[in-house]
Design a binder for this molecule. Structure first.
Ligand SMILES: Cc1cc2nc3c(=O)[nH]c(=O)nc-3n(C[C@H](O)[C@H](O)[C@H](O)COP(=O)(O)OP(=O)(O)OC[C@H]3O[C@@H](n4cnc5c(N)ncnc54)[C@H](O)[C@@H]3O)c2cc1C
Length: 373
């Protein structure tokens, strides 16, 4: 097998899993991550069990972290009407602080090279190779995997379409202790112009993470004022905020979260995870998609490295087709279902649907999820 130089930009789930897969196939690669592990990220931290066979195959399931096991789903409307459904596949809960650090250490032990606290600021492609600017130094690569998440300054330098349009979505995450919150439940609570997930991660800690519109925050002046005025109208959220012991000094926040369609290959860079396209968080499926796209990319890159007759053009068009076939409908379904969230009428309708038309609700949920891979 030819030793092509493989650069992975971004060490979130997509980048870390790609590195583990390539390393398992005997290919060396370098991961560049602008931060240093461990660190918190805005994320609901619920992972669909569809990833279990792949994590087992990679020998990378984080059992040492003792993730929670989640089997039931609760949906509440803005005024607190509630419905519950069993989850077909279910999932597990583990903090990104612990999970990403675990995968980083595993990859490092298995021989993946890391450049931490380094940022890729530019990627140029000419004469069949890339020159990456990494914190002022030049790095030459034959293959670049773009695993730099939902929004990066690289999206600007690559002049990607979606980056020119502002997105109004803001994400906020807390960790708390919430006595009595069931270990096996994930709840999705509506509030005006947003929704909030709560579920256990490891160590008896509950994740509370919400998505809202930036105008919702602006009109109340601060997150706390908005939470009291808007989120507290849902009795489940009022109870969580009033009874919970919050573990962060201040919440993790991000803005400009875009769910727009992106291209899975851009300027010859193979995009992975959120960099290729982000599913709406209510689906609880972004991390599974990040891992699944890491698998797709790795399979294609391995073929590119193994077979001299498999051209870059074929690699790019095959990967783009595989990505679209696997994920495009799920991302569309997520965007469509998100429209039912955050309104009084629509959220009550969604709860009624979940209560009385369980097969339809199950079908909608399935549309946003994949099958075990
Ligand atoms: C509010 C909210 C709730 C969510 N809840 C869930 C959930 O419960 N379940 C679920 O499955 N998904 C959820 N998601 C989605 C999930 O978080 C993402 O889909 C997942 O993190 C994508 O992983 P990634 O590796 O593509 O990106 P990230 O995890 O964002 O990793 C990208 C990495 O790239 C690094 N980086 C960026 N630019 C550069 C650069 N130029 N040079 C070097 N490094 C760079 C960043 O520092 C970062 O570490 C949620 C998302 C949001 C916003």
């Amino acid at each position: 097998m030819s030793q092509k130089r493989i650069l992975i930009v971004g060490g979130g789930l997509a980048g870390l899993i790609t590195s583990l897969h390539l390393q398992r196939a005997g290919l060396s690669c370098t991961v560049v991550e602008k931060r240093s592990y461990p660190f918190h990220r805005v994320c609901g931290e619920y992972i669909s069990n569809e990833v279990l066979p792949y994590l087992d195959w990679l020998n990378a399931f984080p059992s040492a972290l003792e993730p929670s096991s989640i089997r039931r789903f609760q949906l509440t409307s803005t005024n607190g009407a509630s419905a519950e459904l069993p989850l077909d596949l279910g999932g597990f809960g583990v903090s990104r602080f612990a999970l990403d650090h675990f995968l980083y250490r595993l990859a490092q032990q298995r021989g993946v090279r890391f450049m931490l606290e380094k940022e890729v600021t530019e990627l140029r492609f000419s004469q069949d190779q890339f020159i990456a600017e990494i914190s002022g130094d030049a790095f030459v690569a034959d293959v670049v995997v773009g695993a730099f998440g939902k929004r990066s300054r690289l999206d600007k330098t690559l002049n990607r379409d979606f980056i020119h349009r502002h997105s109004p979505y803001v994400g906020v995450k807390y960790h708390l202790r919430l006595p009595g919150f069931p270990q096996d439940l994930i709840s999705l609570h509506n509030f005006r112009n947003g929704y909030c997930g709560t579920s256990h991660v490891e160590g008896g800690v509950v994740n509370l993470c919400y998505l809202t519109h930036r105008d919702n925050v602006r009109s109340y002046g601060s997150l706390r004022a908005m939470e009291e005025a808007v989120l507290f109208r849902n009795p489940f959220l009022r109870d969580a905020f009033n009874r919970g012991t919050f573990l962060f000094e201040k919440p993790e926040t991000i803005n400009e979260i875009s769910f727009e369609t992106k291209a899975p290959v851009e300027n010859h860079v193979l995009m992975c995870g959120d960099a290729a396209g982000m599913i709406t968080p209510l689906c609880g499926n972004g991390m599974a998609i990040a891992m699944h796209s890491a698998k797709l990319i790795s399979d294609h890159v391995i073929r590119f490295c193994e077979s001299p007759s498999y051209t870059r053009k074929q690699l790019e068009s095959d990967y783009a087709a595989a990505w679209k076939g696997q994920f495009a409908t799920r991302l569309w379904a997520g965007r469509t279902i998100q429209r039912l969230f955050g309104g009084d009428l629509a959220s009550n309708l969604a709860v009624t649907l979940a209560r009385h038309l369980k097969p339809v609700a199950n079908r909608l949920m399935k549309m946003t999820h994949g099958i075990p891979f």
